[in-house]
Write a new protein. Structure first.
Length: 67
């Protein structure tokens, strides 16, 4: 049998300190960036748009039902 390698991440009980949280966040951001690079046509994708139109005006709360 081969030797067992030490795991990259070890989960233990207790509250993580700031350094541990920063390391995990950095790893997650690196994975997300690698997946988000995409392939062909990734730069051509348009950003998502809101499903509502422009604002028509503002009325203060309590006057919505007033004539």
């Amino acid at each position: 049998m081969g030797e067992r390698a030490e795991p990259d991440v070890k989960i233990v009980r207790g509250a993580p300190d700031g350094t541990e949280l920063a390391a995990v966040l950095l790893a997650l951001l690196a994975v997300a960036r690698r997946q988000g690079d995409g392939g062909a046509g990734a730069g051509a994708a348009r950003p998502a748009r809101a499903g509502w139109g422009p604002a028509r005006g503002w009325r203060p709360p309590g006057t919505w039902t007033a004539p």
